[in-house]
Design a protein around this ligand. Sequence first.
Ligand SMILES: [Zn+2]
Length: 510
Amino acid sequence: LGGINLNLKTNRLLQKRWVQVLLYILLIGLIGSIYEKAAGWFVIASDVGLAAYYFFISKKFKKRRLISKIAVGFMLFMMFMVGIGLSNPLTPEQRLAANQQNNEKLVAQKVSEQAKTEGNKVEENKAAEENQNKTEEEAAPETQESKPTEPVVDNSNIIVNGQLKVHFIDVGQADSILVQQGNSNMLIDAGNNGDAQAIKSYLDRQGVKVLDVVVGTHAHEDHIGSMDYIINSFQVGKVYFPKQTATTKTFQDFATSVKSRGLQLTTPTVGSKFSIGDAAAEILAPNGSGYEDANDYSVVIKLTYGNTSFLLTGDAEAVSESQMLSKGLNLSATVLKVGHHGSRSSTGQSFLNKVNPKYAVISVGKGNSYGHPTQDVMDRLKAKNIPVYRTDENGTIVATSNGSSVTFSTSPGSYSGIKSSTSSSSGSSSSNTSVGNITTANPVPAPVVTASGSGEKQYVDASGKGLIKGNASSKIYHMPGGAYYDRTKAEVWFKTEAEAQAAGYRRSSR
Ligand SMILES: [Zn+2]
């Protein structure tokens, strides 16, 4: 009996309009709360429920005067907008990504504009600006301010007033390049593990708060060494990294930092474009997979600003260079970041001819054990009268483009490189360095091979440091030019094989 009584009471209660509305609100709120922004969903649900109650259910409300109906309607509308704001499902990172996608659209638009007639240009530009404003409002509905339109300088290309700065940060035998345009920043590579503080404080000094784009060109420590620290220290938009994995701790640290910041690795696809402020970036490599040499996975980016451009090649070697050439990509650039620290296996003659740079930059460590930069590459640059800026001689190099020309923060360095062993008869690798000839794609430290008194071959660099790499955990040593030489983290260096064997190491089979 008690149960039936309760049941009747419940039925009677359920027939009441306000209970129905309340249940409706609870139900929608519950569904909404399954998603992230429960509060926003709840407000919207309540709002819709109340609106339904006032305008379709309540008989009392129908008798009210028009003015009070309008007042209630307005309040409900405001409440709805608050709900939308609260339920905005975009996190700051996603908002950044949304802006970036919009920028990509802008770049595409600008490119198409170039093909059109002069008369249309300004109008379309305005439309593009408006389009950008719209998207920004969608992402942040509370913001009423629209972005001030920047003045358009009408050259043969469309560029916007300002400067593009490309900082080749001196991180010794490693790469780290900061690109700045407008309010946008991109970091390509982050030096070795020990460079974390130096890179961070350099970025701080440049006023960097957000890295819109971060690029790890490939998995080697001298490129992603401090990337984990940087990703943890700055707000990061998008992370580009080739489809390449490594078992090193450095790579794992990098991957962990990306994951822990809720980011994802974006695999670069050749031909895809994005923008850094008003500079357009295009990905030119890698054009394949399954490379024997990890360096050929390097992400290659061409950065265009007005009539100037930068070709940033990471450690791409002959194989990647020949693929870019055979694909017929537009490689020409004002500034070439010389591949693989000036290694002989990069910057082949036909590649260099195609890029035809006005200036070259080499990121390389003073007295490094790899024999970088090689005299071969320096000679190729010298023959074309290309001024070379190099971090080992010039420290950090800042290249500034105003859209029509590029200026440098220092004067050029010398053409002196490390003479490779191939000039002597002892060279094991071919001296034919023409690009397109894939057989020359050895990882190339250029050892100075000399015969010691005992007749044993000595592998030393110009400073007398041993070049045979020993892996302390596997107790295997790798000869210069060996297949695993570059990807082995050097823990012990030997001058001769006898020295390595005496220390209990055995020679790598490859
Ligand atoms: Zn490197």
